[in-house]
Design a protein. Structure first.
Length: 149
């Protein structure tokens, strides 16, 4: 008589339903050539000193891109890309939301990271339509990479 364990299928089902743990970023990810690299760095779980440094790198990069985009918008108010009303979330929540947003948009992964950050802000914090133009945010200005749309 062959006895089958009921635990095998249960353990297999539990393993398959467990959330995937992000692999730690590689040194190449820190070159930030693509949004996939930024997501790898920003997905590190700060449980040890190395991953805390990864999180610091991610926070610094994201804040730097945000500040540059703010300056671009201040220089060209008619070409606003995003309009955060009601305040921004804290950095940790904003970065987690960015990573989740990219997760639903695989086409973003191959872009340069600053372009995806700008796209995220524009999608998440759209500018209201203006009475003069009847349009929402103006995306004709410079992109995060300096190219003109």
């Amino acid at each position: 008589m062959v006895r089958r364990s009921v635990f095998g299928p249960i353990l297999l089902a539990l393993a398959m339903s467990a959330p995937a743990v992000a692999a730690p970023p590689t040194p190449d990810n820190f070159d930030l050539r693509t949004t996939a690299d930024l997501v790898a760095v920003c997905s590190a779980t700060p449980t040890d000193l190395a991953s805390a440094a990864d999180a610091g790198f991610c926070h610094g990069y994201m804040v730097g891109v945000y500040r540059v985009l703010e300056e671009v918008q201040a220089a060209r108010p008619s070409a606003r890309m995003f309009c955060p009303t009601g305040g921004m979330p804290n950095r940790t929540d904003a970065i987690a939301a960015f990573v989740a947003w990219v997760g639903g948009r695989p086409d973003e992964l191959a872009k340069v990271p600053q372009e995806s950050v700008a796209d995220y802000f524009a999608a998440t914090y759209p500018c209201p339509a203006t009475a003069a133009t009847g349009r929402g945010r103006a995306r004709s200005g410079p992109t995060a990479t300096g190219a003109t749309r």
